[in-house]
Design a protein around this ligand. Structure first.
Ligand SMILES: *Cc1c(COP(=O)(O)O)cnc(C)c1O
Length: 369
């Protein structure tokens, strides 16, 4: 039996992509702020309803870019329930991560814990919109104003999420998006920063192109993190289909929720907020203590039936070997407990309703063991 993967990359019709890239054989302009790159920046500004966008070769370099452009030194409050990239970017830019715990209902930062972690060295907060769940942006904004902190969101999961007409990238000082192949919107590999202060743009562009500012001038010790034209062309194509992608994911998610709601001991940590338009990026379930089998056992049962579930995120960052001795993972007990009880189920636009039903029946079967 073929494995049902946890995700499957969305791709445009081949003809559409071939048509999009064909002019590159005439222009021979393959990277360095080409036509496709400029078109994609404009199209994304509009789609995401944000004032400024700078594209990057991936989401991680976008996050490093914004931290570097901010020119901050000191402590950054963040959470360990995330992908390696978030904490690594903070550390690689010479900043010190300080871990806050998450909320059990949606796995985003528990804003009520932030103030107690603020010291005279704190310069920023880097919260993560986990699974596309919107962080408590109002509470975070209030704290940031009170203590003059910058807020940079890891919005890698949150492409297209909106609240009350505002795009997710309008909250905080800047947001990082990932356009990796596994995300709701992809450019194969790619990423972007959205930001409110337009002056950041020139620094971001210098950081992604060796600090070169003119044919004979290099003003900054930058790196290389430019998006190429083939990636930008993939983005232009996928962007035409992203609304359809999201509504297919919505129908699949609703089917999952209807099936799972009657299974005792399974909880879904996704926000139900009528003001928020979700992007249906992931389908996480929490295997509660009173479920008859453990998370790891349910993981193995599903894999035996060729359902490619993932423990996402497990382990938490503060339990990584790379950070041994850095943090006390017990100071974030909710993050640790969630990471030990979470599974993400397959979710992609081509998943069929009968596959969803089949996956849920396996979970239901385990609930009566
Ligand atoms: C995917 C992801 C990133 C990194 O993005 P890349 O495009 O893979 O570099 C960062 N943070 C989170 C939460 C992610 O899921």
């Amino acid at each position: 039996m073929d494995i049902i993967p946890v995700t499957s990359s969305s791709m445009p019709p081949l003809e559409e992509y071939l048509d999009e890239i064909s002019e590159l054989w005439r222009s021979r302009w393959l990277t360095n702020n080409g036509t496709k790159h400029r078109q994609l920046e404009e199209a994304l500004k509009e789609y995401l309803s944000v004032p400024n966008i700078t594209l990057f070769t991936n989401g991680h370099s976008a996050l490093e870019g914004i931290l570097e452009a901010s020119q901050l030194v000191g402590e950054v409050i963040t959470t360990p329930f995330t992908f390696a990239s978030t904490t690594h970017a903070i550390v690689r830019k010479g900043l010190t991560p300080v871990m806050a715990d998450i909320r059990p209902d949606d796995c985003t930062i528990d804003a009520s814990q932030i103030e107690a972690l603020i010291t005279d060295k704190t310069v920023a907060i880097v919260p993560v919109h986990v699974y596309g769940n919107l962080c408590d942006v109002d509470a975070i904004d209030e704290i940031a104003k009170k203590y003059s902190l910058q807020v940079f969101y890891d919005a890698a999961h949150a492409f297209g999420v909106r609240r009350g007409g505002l795009g997710v990238g309008s909250f905080g000082n800047a947001s990082m998006f990932s356009f990796h192949a596994t995300k709701v919107f992809n450019t194969i590999e790619g990423g972007a920063v959205s930001y409110s202060d337009g002056r950041l743009g020139s620094l971001l562009n210098q950081w992604k192109n060796f600090g070169i500012t003119g044919p004979e001038t290099v003003e900054y010790i930058g790196g290389n993190a430019k998006m190429n034209e083939f990636a930008a062309a993939m983005g232009l194509c996928n962007l035409r289909h992203v609304d359809d992608e999201i509504s297919r994911r919505q129908r699949i998610t609703e089917r999952y929720l209807a099936n799972l709601s009657s299974i005792e001991g399974i909880r879904v940590p996704l926000q139900q907020d009528s003001r928020v338009e979700s992007n249906y990026a992931y389908l996480p379930i929490i295997v509660q203590d009173h479920f008859p089998v453990s998370r790891d056992q349910l993981h193995d049962i599903l894999w035996r039936e060729s359902v490619g579930v993932r423990k996402y995120f497990y382990p938490i960052v503060s339990d990584y070997e790379s950070y041994a001795g850095w943090f006390n993972p017990e100071s974030t007990p909710v993050a640790r407990a969630i990471s030990r009880s979470v599974l993400t189920l397959p979710l992609f636009s081509d998943l069929t309703m009968s596959q969803v039903d089949m996956i849920c029946e396996i979970v239901r079967g385990a609930s009566t063991l």
